[in-house]
Design a protein around this ligand. Structure first.
Ligand SMILES: Nc1ncnc2c1ncn2[C@@H]1O[C@H](COP(=O)(O)OP(=O)(O)OP(=O)(O)O)[C@@H](O)[C@H]1O
Ligand code: SF4
Ligand SMILES: [Mg+2]
Length: 358
């Protein structure tokens, strides 16, 4: 208690704190990025950062940046699903796209299947790309309207020479059956299908090249609840049959709970907490995680849950709060939280969080 009082009365030199934090972080990044790769992991993301320029001079010099993804790290093993949750604008999609290198990362390392692909050029990525696929939220705009289902699904199989040319149709029909699409859909066009059927076509297209990893970016958010369950079950079944790994981005916590093995909780570009599904749902550590879960009724009486109501707007990622970026909305915030960024630390094996209270 006495220590707490001293802490509250302390004056803070924000510039010095930021400089020291930055220096410590750079050292940590250098050390971590020099470590050997985990041979068992399919995907290892180390200190991933993605900035977007938001102001430039007339000569094109960037004068202001938005840090959409700020130092996220995790490992994903074959056959696992990592759920990424967080409010709108926290950087989920940017993280997913940066992992696939659809956005070139600004910093950090992406190790896929034992290879550091962070600086791979587009031709080096060609071979990798077929092993990493993405499914988008909107199944309406993500399919070309003028091509038939057969054409849409055959194209990646032909481009990546997945099977000999004379076996492409057979391969595509087998894929369609796996995804619950009837064979006569082969000649039909995307506009003839419902949202759920279109998402099945998108899933089949992602699977056409025999990937190891699929980034699913809110794949069921645009669908009716009853259809959502069918698509989630399909993804689970395909995962079992094909040994796929998923990064599953969503803001629907019940969906994430159902599908994920591990969960990462993001806020304003940073990872606030990371752990197994059991860690995150049974023993959430971070006030933000607790606040997010407060909104979801939990029927399990053994689950410890401090109910926290999340108030206030999300600050702009272009100008995140100093100290702990969650302090403007955190009911437990103390003076120290306004000035000193909490360290993201492992509090139990595999369970990480960033909060001064821990
Ligand atoms: N190309 C871009 N240029 C500039 N800013 C961008 C760009 N793409 C994303 N951003 C910004 O980066 C931040 C993170 O965006 P992102 O789309 O990754 O969030 P999200 O968590 O996926 O949100 P949602 O749940 O709404 O899909 C947002 O502030 C967004 O405005
Ligand atoms: S560091 Fe402080 S403001 Fe941030 S989550 Fe913990 S208690 Fe809340
Ligand atoms: Mg998004």
């Amino acid at each position: 208690m006495a220590d707490e009082k001293v802490m509250e009365q302390k004056t803070y030199d924000d510039a010095a704190i930021a400089a020291e934090f930055q220096q410590k972080r750079q050292k940590q990044i250098q050390e971590d990025c020099a470590k050997p790769f985990d041979p068992d992991a399919l995907l290892e993301v180390r200190h991933l950062r993605k900035c977007f320029p938001i102001e430039k001079t007339l000569t094109g010099k960037v004068t202001r940046e938005l840090v959409a993804v700020d130092d996220i790290s995790f490992k994903l093993y074959p056959g696992e699903t990592l759920g990424i949750v967080g409010e709108s604008g926290c950087g989920k999609t940017t993280a997913g796209r940066a992992i696939l290198k659809l956005h070139q990362p600004t910093g950090g390392q992406i190790i896929f299947n034992g290879q550091d692909i962070t600086h791979f050029n587009s031709s080096q990525m060609r071979d990798i790309r077929k092993q990493m696929q993405i499914i988008f939220q909107d199944p309406y705009s993500s399919l070309p309207p003028r091509d038939t289902v057969g054409g849409i699904l055959s194209e990646p199989v032909e481009v990546h020479k997945i099977v000999p040319k004379d076996q492409v149709k057979e391969h595509v029909l087998a894929l369609m059956e796996k995804c619950g699409l009837r064979d006569y859909y082969f000649e039909r066009y995307p506009h003839e299908f419902s949202g759920g059927q279109r998402q099945r076509i998108c899933i089949a297209r992602a699977l056409a090249v025999d990937p190891k990893l699929i980034i699913c970016d809110e794949p069921v958010s645009a669908l009716d609840v009853s259809i959502q369950a069918q698509i989630i079950n399909l993804l689970k079944q395909l995962q079992r049959e094909m040994g796929l790994s998923y990064v599953f981005i969503s803001h629907d916590l019940s969906v994430v709970k159902f599908i994920s093995d591990k969960i990462g909780v993001m806020y304003l570009g940073a990872m606030m907490e990371f752990g197994t599904k059991e860690d995150i749902f049974r023993e959430p550590l971070h006030p933000y995680t607790k606040a997010l879960f407060s909104a979801v009724p939990n029927p399990d009486p053994t689950v410890k849950m401090d109910r926290i109501k999340l108030e206030g707007d999300i600050p702009s990622p272009a100008n995140p709060p100093k100290g702990c970026r969650f302090h403007t909305r955190c009911p437990y915030a103390k003076e120290v939280c306004k000035h000193v960024p909490p360290e993201y630390k492992e509090h139990a094996p595999g369970h990480f969080a960033a909060c001064h209270l821990l």
